[in-house]
Write a protein that binds this ligand. Structure first.
Ligand code: G3I
Length: 429
């Protein structure tokens, strides 16, 4: 199930899979990863949704430690200022900070920087211990529930922003970026939206929701999960009969609801980063293959998608994924000219399906897999402390009243060994 990969092994795997020229039409090529470091290529185009025609030159010659390789290709209409990857100085591999007191500092001082995120709950912000750890250790925020459709549009066309504004304003005050989560999702819909039918009514509801929500947060939120979890398999682990998930959106509009949602989002904000987000697509499994083909089709059709979030809920009820598999999987999506990010990471210890030792190895190796890729722009953990984890109360997580022990801090906000493993990976250790 698990292996103990070394940094060099990752480099070799990444190189074997994708350190040669890539980036498709219009994207710039990532730079070579050379022993002494190549001098890298020019940046890719910034133009159209799929990267336009401005392909960058290939990076330097192949190597082990990476040189000053070419910038990743343009990935769509927005600029890349929000997350700070790309640009002419983007190296072929990320360089760690020399030292850091917090995860946030380790992310900010890496080159290129990498966002360190957490899912934040409104109730958590009533707790001073929670708030201070959240702001000290992270610079990227996802509202755990407060920006979902049922919270924001409880009745048709009538919007309720109070709880979401509290989180977003707190994040901005603390110098943190926010990812909007999530514009179109089958779950946590208000009753009126779940019972919509007919293509025209569903399309109108999607349009009104996206326009209103993105308009409200336009000055404060520049990255969005546009569509969440559109694919399903027979098992939550990503195995068996992958297919489009039946939902009010899919049932009325078919697969084109994804294109529609991204197109409306792009109309609202030409500079925002627009992501597709899903669970149990973290390793090389059937669901990940299906999502890869789905996203590839979107890129080829010119749909304005900028990246893919890999939720990285590891352990029951979701998949397990070791570092090398994650690296190979992220690499193939990045080679479509997309950003990738770990968007909801936690590792569930309930029922001992993931042992304590495996949990530490997974935390280190999965964070390392993302960190080594400049195209991997952020790592978000799905919560702050174990006691508040969603897994504790989710029957599929097999906790039976026990703590999932799934996060980086205990309930007194003390760092756990999982924290140390994440810090090691961010510092290249
Ligand atoms: O707010 C009500 C409360 O009033 C009520 O008393 C209580 C009784 O059950 O329920 C509360 O709502 C719960 C809500 O979380 C807020 O705590 C819902 O029952 C519960 O279902 C909901 O769970 C959330 C889950 O999404 C729903 O699908 C989790 O907190 C949240 O962490 C989880 O997040 C999702 C991501 O958005 C998408 N990816 C998977 C991830 C984990 O499931």
């Amino acid at each position: 199930m698990r292996s103990a990969p070394l940094t060099l092994l990752f480099s070799a795997i990444l190189c074997a899979i994708g350190c040669s020229d890539s980036g498709g039409d219009g994207g710039g090529q990532t730079g070579g990863a050379g022993t002494t470091g190549g001098t890298g290529g020019a940046p890719g185009g910034t133009g159209s949704a799929t990267g336009g025609t401005g392909g960058g030159a290939p990076g330097g010659t192949s190597s082990t430690t990476g040189g000053t390789g070419g910038a990743p290709g343009g990935t769509g209409g927005g600029d890349s200022s929000t997350v700070g990857t790309g640009g002419t100085d983007a190296p072929a591999a990320r360089t760690p900070a020399a030292s850091a007191r917090t995860l946030r500092e380790a992310g900010e001082n890496a080159n290129p920087p990498i966002l360190i995120g957490a899912a934040i709950s409104g109730s958590g912000l009533n707790d001073n211990g929670y708030k201070s750890v959240a702001a000290a250790e992270h610079n990227y925020v996802t509202a755990e529930n407060e920006m979902k459709w049922d919270a924001l549009e409880p009745t048709p066309g009538s919007f309720s922003y109070g709880s979401a504004d509290n989180i977003v304003n707190w994040a901005v005050q603390n110098g943190m970026q926010v990812k909007g989560h999530t514009l179109v999702w089958h779950n946590q819909l208000p009753g009126w939206a779940s019972s919509l039918s007919g293509a025209a009514a569903v399309e109108q509801a999607i349009r009104r929701h996206i326009e209103n929500v993105m308009g409200h947060f336009k000055d404060r939120i520049h990255t969005w999960d546009v569509v969440n979890e559109a694919v399903i398999t027979d098992s939550d682990t990503g195995v068996g009969n992958p297919r489009m998930r039946p939902s009010v959106f899919f049932n009325a509009l078919g697969e084109r609801y994804l294109d529609l949602a991204f197109e409306i989002a792009r109309e609202q904000d030409p500079d925002a980063k627009l992501y597709y987000n899903d669970y149990s697509i973290d390793a090389l499994n059937e669901k990940a293959d299906f999502v890869y083909e789905m996203v590839k089709g979107m890129v080829e059709r010119g749909v304005p998608i900028d990246g893919v979030g890999f939720q990285m809920h590891i352990g029951p009820p979701n998949n397990e994924a070791g570092g090398p598999d994650v690296a190979a999987n992220l690499r193939r999506f990045a080679d479509l000219g997309l950003e990738v990010l770990i968007s909801e990471m936690d590792i569930n210890r309930c029922s001992n399906q993931v042992t304590a030792e495996e949990q530490l190895t997974y935390y280190h190796d999965i964070v390392e897999a993302c960190f080594l890729m400049p195209e991997c722009v952020g790592i978000t953990f799905w919560g702050i402390n174990d006691g508040r984890s969603w897994l504790n109360g989710w029957s599929g997580a097999l906790c039976n009243g026990q703590s999932s022990q799934s996060l980086l801090f205990d309930d007194r906000y003390q760092k756990k060994e999982t924290y140390n493993k994440v810090m090691d990976a961010l510092l290249g250790r």
